[in-house]
Design a protein around this ligand. Sequence first.
Ligand code: DLZ
Length: 168
Amino acid sequence: MTTKKTNLSEYNPDMIPSGKDLRIGIVVSEWNSTITNSLLEGAYSTLIKHGVADENITVEHVPGSFELPTGAKFMFKYGKYDAVICLGCVIQGETRHFDFICDAVANAIAQLAMDENRPVIFGVLTTNDMQQAIDRSGGKHGNKGVEAAITALKMADMRLRMKKSIAK
Ligand code: DLZ
């Protein structure tokens, strides 16, 4: 029988690589800003906790989740980042665009990661209603911003380790 996990952001801090030498970009959607601000708080504090220097974290805001991939692309083109985290919240009941936005953003983020050969993290809540979003942005089911930051640290570390081992 599987165990039901209620806090989706639980992790073992000892297993997380240090972010000491990393530069991380964060792109945040202004749509549903009470939620996305909490995701940002979770992601930012997690990066700091794991050693990323404050001056090596850049935060940029975009109007909505649909603009997250474009914002991330700009960050790679005009800045130097080991990973970019995209944070947004799309709520199904509130938009007929739900499927279009979610599919477009997920596909564009995945494609951008391939094109840039760098992690681009999908920190976008796609929920049925506002309560589910609250529960996943610092509520009873954790904070997706924390998960996004942990994923960025792991993937950036993997890329740099592989790059180093191949250079040997
Ligand atoms: C237009 C729109 C709607 C209806 N709902 C959301 C939402 O729930 N979450 C979100 O992040 N953005 C939403 N947007 C805005 C779109 O993402 C985008 O900013 C606009 O369509 C302009 O391209």
